[in-house]
Design a protein around this ligand. Sequence first.
Ligand SMILES: [Zn+2]
Length: 57
Amino acid sequence: MIGGYERSNERLDQGEAPFCNFCGKEEDEVGRLLAGADAYICDDCVALASEVIEEGK
Ligand SMILES: [Zn+2]
């Protein structure tokens, strides 16, 4: 996803709809959006990350 990190931070500062910091999808584009301290991750990316971690074992 294009857009870049600076644009992402602007959006957070403006208090707009949260979006996944990994794939860039917005909250209404994903099933679940999990909030971290300073970022969000969607359920798709959680599943992908889980797969990668499992493969690395
Ligand atoms: Zn995502």
